[in-house]
Design a protein around this ligand. Sequence first.
Ligand SMILES: Cc1cc2nc3c(=O)[nH]c(=O)nc-3n(C[C@H](O)[C@H](O)[C@H](O)COP(=O)(O)O)c2cc1C
Length: 178
Amino acid sequence: MAKRSYPLARVYGLIEPGPVVLLSTAGPAWPDVMALSWLMPVEFEPPLVACVLGPQDYSYGRLRKTRECVLNIPTVELADKVVAVGNCSGRDTDKFRTFGLTARPAALVAAPLVGECFANLECRVHDTRMVNRYGIFVLEVVKAWVDPAVRDPKTLHHRGRGVFMVAGESIRLKSAMK
Ligand SMILES: Cc1cc2nc3c(=O)[nH]c(=O)nc-3n(C[C@H](O)[C@H](O)[C@H](O)COP(=O)(O)O)c2cc1C
């Protein structure tokens, strides 16, 4: 197998777990929402999830301040909106209104659920010790919602530079991992 050297800046696209999520936060003028693909599970129960946010994101300051957010999981039907909310900022744009997304009240946090997403994870910030160094927020999922009608969700997985893989096929194997 002839392989070629691969640019280090593109490595993340090979191992990125995805799915791309929409991270929503509460705020003074309007709720905000950003696309986020750098995330990973950290603990089963209570569920902990690590997310990387850049300080340039308006959501970064909101998350630091409010210590709450919702991770909304979209399917491929929302792909254009996912990219659109990732290409502009809540500093000057009401993204829910602009992109026709529905903000629904959450049960335990002030940040809204994105109604169009098949799953919504209400989160509180659990650990900020890696925020200054890496932008890593460890979140605790305190409430989870899933649409039971969506069996094999066609989630989006970011490969970088505008390329996304679309999931949706499930296979069943004898894995010991719970
Ligand atoms: C597919 C996609 C994935 C993204 N993943 C991340 C991410 O993991 N972390 C991050 O800080 N920004 C990520 N972004 C960029 C933010 O979504 C973008 O900076 C957004 O404008 C921030 O919005 P805000 O200023 O309203 O918070 C991503 C954008 C796209 C389109």
